[in-house]
Design a protein around this ligand. Structure first.
Ligand code: HEM
Length: 96
């Protein structure tokens, strides 16, 4: 898992994830509130819910995003704390 590849059908990969790239506009919501629906990521289905990590504040969520970005998605732009706050203000509580 250290390489971001996920764990079989339990945890989706963070590396090379078409879904990750298509949901950067609600990344902060997924981290804060979790994810509870069924998603298909790189042709594999995941339906184990992810719990939200509510103790992470905006700067920490930005740091997590920017770490993932710099390690696996160098072509994506970095995310500012202001962008994280903007996303958090618009989350539906299901995180999705
Ligand atoms: C800061 C830590 C974490 C971040 C940034 C994070 C990020 C994400 C993201 C972005 C997704 C959506 C999948 C995608 O877009 O590729 C996701 C899904 C998921 N995560 Fe996490 N996650 C974190 C921690 C965890 C932890 C600790 C667990 C389990 C113990 C977990 C389990 C899952 C599961 C099971 C899904 C799929 C949810 C579903 O099928 O609805 N995540 N995570």
């Amino acid at each position: 898992m250290e390489h971001g590849g996920g764990l079989m059908s339990l945890y989706p990969p963070i590396a090379n994830s078409d879904h990750f790239v298509s949901t950067t506009d609600r990344f902060a919501c997924i981290v804060r509130y979790g994810m509870h629906d069924t998603v298909v990521i790189n042709d594999r289905q995941y339906d184990v819910p992810m719990q939200g990590i509510s103790r992470l504040k905006a700067p920490e969520i930005a740091n997590v995003y920017n770490y993932i970005r710099s390690r696996w998605y160098p072509n994506l732009p970095p995310m500012s704390e202001a962008e994280v706050r903007k996303q958090l203000a618009n989350c539906t509580k299901s995180g999705n």
